[in-house]
Ligand binder design. Structure first.
Ligand SMILES: N[C@@H](CCC(=O)N[C@@H](CS)C(=O)NCC(=O)O)C(=O)O
Length: 215
């Protein structure tokens, strides 16, 4: 059997998948590529992932590559069914997927818009500033929504589990993106506590430390 390969890049959305893989304990060949050097646009990489993005999980034995964070999370959970990355029961798993899809959609239509406003409206600085500010406000609303959901759950996790699950990892990454955008996050106390809980999982801490090392 050839080990499945996680293609990723440090400090990108690939970090979310890297953390999920670590939390699940799935044995992957992890390969970091450099977006700065354009390694995601080489013919060899495009043959693996025609989207030219990270992350991607290549499964050589099946001749397939899985992309998109919720789909990769689901595959990881199936590959390590006892890991608790997602609940095993149908309702728990569906609720987990619901949160993953929600985080994924918010990341794209809110956080990424804030990051990309200047590029999207490169010829109109005032419009770009307006777009960025609107996206930042929506990002704040999204974090408030997660924070309120956490306040209602036992154990301070999105699914109420004692163990951190894939949605918790994704939600914590949104908090990290907010910090990167310099969006004030102090009021999201439940989400901050979740972020600390996620970062304290030894396998996740090790994955993050490895990314720091690589830079
Ligand atoms: N929808 C994708 C998003 C992937 C994505 O946006 N990846 C970024 C890194 S954060 C990327 O590879 N960007 C390179 C590019 O678009 O040129 C997912 O869920 O994985």
């Amino acid at each position: 059997m050839t080990k499945p390969i996680l293609w990723t890049s440090t400090r990108t959305s690939g970090t979310i998948v890297h953390q999920m893989a670590a939390a699940a304990g799935v044995d992957l060949d992890i390969r970091f590529i450099s977006l700065r050097k354009g390694e995601h646009k080489t013919p060899d990489y495009l043959a693996i992932n025609p989207k030219g993005e990270v992350a991607a999980i290549q499964i050589p034995d099946a001749g397939v590559t899985i992309t998109e964070i919720p789909a990769m999370a689901l595959w990881l959970a199936e590959a390590a069914p006892d890991s608790g990355l997602l609940p095993r029961d149908a309702i728990g798993r569906a609720k987990g997927m619901e949160w993953l899809c929600w985080c994924h959609f918010r990341m794209a239509n809110t956080f990424y818009v804030a990051f990309q406003a200047d590029g999207l409206l490169a010829d109109d600085a005032a419009a770009a500033a307006k777009l960025r500010s609107a996206a930042m406000a929506r990002a704040g609303d999204a974090l408030a929504f997660v924070d309120a959901a956490l306040a209602r759950q036992p154990n301070g996790t999105l699914l109420g589990t004692s163990q951190v699950t894939a949605p918790d990892i994704f939600a914590s990454a949104l908090l990290f993106l907010a910090d990167f955008l310099k969006l004030p996050t102090d009021r999201f106390t439940h989400l901050k506590a979740l972020g600390a809980k996620v970062a304290a999982v030894p396998a996740i801490a090790a994955a993050l430390a490895r990314e720091e090392e690589i830079g």
